[in-house]
Ligand binder design. Structure first.
Ligand SMILES: O=C(O)COP(=O)(O)O
Ligand SMILES: [Mg+2]
Length: 227
């Protein structure tokens, strides 16, 4: 089995997951919220394809990128960014009907649960959205620990969130696994000493995630259970 091959034939003692682009295809709702902010500010909408490349560094950076119209958000007015962030949070709280669970996710989570492997979510999404979203999408109850982008003072690519969970779970880094979709995930895992699996279907600022050289790159999480 591919999952066991990462741990010399054993199972990991903890699996931590990224949220957006890994468990949930959340960009349609994120793009709708971004576009509602831009329209309220009298600007043209950004559209799903561009927002997809801007997701991954949390809501404040997503909003700044939307105001800048690109990944580089230097020079965006701080007061405007703050106002736009409040508008975004309000719009995004309005609903998540367009967000879907990637098909490989439920089979892997169910299987890990039957094996007694504890699970966690470490995301850059603001913490307030995470638990309700997991519940709404049928993924509530799987995760023993949840770290959002504003839970600690630092977010991914900083390893603080992963270390926070490792400590609480009492699991050494090399016996845990992190599953993500972006460069931030690979860098955070590497800095924490945690092996990393990355998904090609997610959001990585428009670049192939293979370039970041995680331990494994997959197209579907069910591949972990095969072999
Ligand atoms: O909110 C974001 O920017 C992305 O969140 P993620 O860390 O779950 O991919
Ligand atoms: Mg992600």
């Amino acid at each position: 089995m591919l999952l066991r091959s990462v741990f010399d034939g054993e199972l990991p003692r903890l699996v931590m997951f990224d949220l957006d682009g890994t468990l949930l295809d959340s960009v349609p709702d994120l793009a709708a919220a971004v576009d509602s902010v831009l329209l309220q500010l009298g600007r043209p909408p950004a559209g799903l394809a561009r927002v997809r490349d801007w997701v991954g560094n949390g809501a404040p950076v997503l909003v700044r990128r939307a105001l800048a119209g690109g990944l580089d958000h230097q020079g965006v007015d701080d007061e405007l960014a703050q106002r736009a962030l409040q508008m975004f949070l309000e719009a995004y709280a309005g609903g998540h009907a367009l967000t879907t669970v990637y098909p490989g996710v439920p089979p892997l989570l169910e299987w890990l649960r039957t094996q007694g492997v504890p699970m966690a979510v470490v995301t850059n999404k603001p913490e307030r959205f995470v638990e309700p979203l997991l519940q709404e999408k049928g993924l509530g109850g799987f995760f023993s620990w949840i770290v959002g982008g504003d839970t600690l003072s630092r977010q991914k690519p900083d390893p603080a969130g992963l270390r926070h969970v490792l400590e609480r779970a009492g699991v050494p880094a090399h016996q845990a696994l992190f599953v993500g979709d972006s460069r931030n995930d690979v860098l955070a895992a590497r800095a924490a000493g945690v092996p990393c699996v990355a998904l090609r279907y997610g959001y990585n600022h428009g670049r192939p995630i293979d370039e970041e050289h995680p331990e494994l790159v997959l197209d579907d999480l069910r591949e972990l259970l095969v072999g």
